[in-house]
Ligand binder design. Structure first.
Ligand code: F6P
Length: 319
C-alpha cells in the first residue's frame, strides 16, 4: 500500500485532529503517504484533498475541531456519488480510507467497503454511542466541558436559590448526561434509556428543600426531553420555577483532554495498522483498556448501551 486517505465526517469532536495526526504520522512511519480529504464525504465526492506530511499535522494535537473540516453529506447515500468519489480516489492513487466520525459516517465506509475499497472507521463523536467501543474520541472532553459549565451554573444557582434544568447533547444516547450528572452531583438525571417519573423528580426536589437545599440541578439528555418542556411540566404539575440552560455546541469544542488525545492517537495509529495488515471493513475501538479492531457490521447489528449502573448510583448519591 502506497497511499491512503483520511477524512473527518459528521458532528466534529475534540480529538479528531489528534486522530488525523496519528493516522498521518503512523502511515508515514511505514512509508505510506496520506491524503487529507476536506469536508468529509463531500470532499470525497469531489476529490477535494491534499497530501499531508509530518509537518502539516504539527501543532494540532491540542486543537479542538478538525483541521480537515467536517460536514454531513446525505448525498453520499446515493450510489452515483459513491462511484464518483471512488473515481477521484483512483485518479489520485488512493488505495484505502480512514473515516473518523460517528455511526452515520461509518455507513459511508461500509458502502465503500462493499464496493471493494478498503475502509476503517475510527469513532469520533462526543455522543459515545458507537457499538463496539467503550469510549469515543471527544466524549471525555465534552463531559469535562459540561461539568465545568454546571459547576458555574451551581454558583449562581446557590447565590439566587434558583433551580436549573440543564440540557446536554448526545442524540439518542444518555452517556453525556449520565457521566456529567454523576460528576457534577446533579440532583436528577433524565436519559432516553430510562423512563423518567415526574412525581419522583418533584419529590426529590421537595425532599432536598426540606433538608435545607437551596436549589436543585436537573440534567436532561436531549434525546429524552427538552429542558424547556421539563421546566414547563415542573411548573404546571408542582408550581416549581426553574431556570433553563441549553448548553448546545460548546460541548463540541475546546482543547481535547489528555484522555481524548491518547485515545485518538492510539485509535488513529491502529486504523493504519489494520489497513497495512490488508484488512477492510473494520472499525477500531477500545475495550477493557485494549485497542482492537472489529467488523464494521457489528456497529450496525448492535445497539449502543449506556452504563445504566451510573444512573442508579447517581440517584443514590444525590439524595
Ligand atoms: O453527534 C454529535 C451531536 O453534537 C449530537 O450530540 C447532536 O444531537 C448533534 O450532533 C447536533 O448536530 P448539528 O450540529 O448538526 O445540529
Amino acid at each position: 500500500m502506497k497511499r491512503i486517505a483520511v477524512l473527518t465526517s459528521g458532528g466534529d469532536s475534540p480529538g479528531m485532529n489528534a486522530a488525523v495526526r496519528a493516522v498521518v504520522r503512523k502511515a508515514n512511519f511505514h512509508g505510506v503517504e496520506v491524503m487529507g480529504i476536506f469536508h468529509g464525504y463531500e470532499g470525497f465526492i469531489h476529490g477535494k484533498m491534499e497530501l499531508l506530511n509530518l509537518g502539516s499535522v504539527g501543532g494540532i494535537i491540542q486543537r479542538g475541531g478538525t483541521k480537515l473540516f467536517s460536514s454531513r453529506c446525505p448525498e453520499f447515500k446515493q450510489n452515483e456519488y459513491q462511484l464518483q468519489g471512488l473515481e477521484k480516489m483512483k485518479e489520485a492513487g488512493v488505495e484505502a480510507l480512514v473515516v473518523i466520525g460517528g455511526d452515520g459516517s461509518y455507513r459511508g465506509a461500509k458502502a465503500l467497503t462493499e464496493k471493494g475499497f478498503p475502509c476503517v472507521g475510527v469513532p469520533g463523536t462526543i455522543d459515545n454511542d458507537i457499538p463496539g467501543t467503550e469510549y469515543t474520541i471527544g466524549f471525555d472532553t465534552a463531559i469535562n466541558t459540561v461539568i465545568e459549565s454546571i459547576d458555574k451554573i451551581r454558583d449562581t444557582a446557590t447565590s439566587h436559590e434558583n433551580s436549573f434544568v440543564v440540557e446536554v447533547m448526545g442524540r439518542n444516547a444518555g452517556d453525556i448526561a449520565l457521566w456529567a450528572g454523576l460528576a457534577a452531583g446533579a440532583e436528577s438525571v433524565i436519559i432516553p434509556e430510562e423512563e423518567y417519573n415526574l412525581d419522583e423528580i418533584i419529590a426529590r426536589m421537595k425532599q432536598g428543600e426540606a433538608r435545607g437545599k437551596k436549589h436543585s440541578i436537573i440534567i436532561v439528555a436531549e434525546g429524552a426531553i427538552s429542558a424547556n418542556d421539563l421546566a414547563k411540566l415542573l411548573k404546571e404539575k408542582a408550581g416549581i420555577t426553574t431556570r433553563v440552560s441549553v448548553l448546545g455546541h460548546i460541548q463540541r469544542g475546546g482543547s481535547p483532554t489528555a484522555r481524548d488525545r491518547v485515545l485518538a492517537s492510539r485509535l488513529g495509529a491502529k486504523a493504519v495498522e489494520v489497513l497495512l495488515e490488508g484488512k477492510s471493513g473494520r472499525a477500531v475501538g477500545i475495550k477493557n483498556h485494549q485497542i482492537y479492531d472489529y467488523d464494521l457490521d457489528d456497529v450496525f447489528n448492535n445497539k449502543h448501551k449506556a452504563d445504566v449502573s451510573l444512573y442508579t448510583l447517581s440517584k443514590e448519591l444525590s439524595i
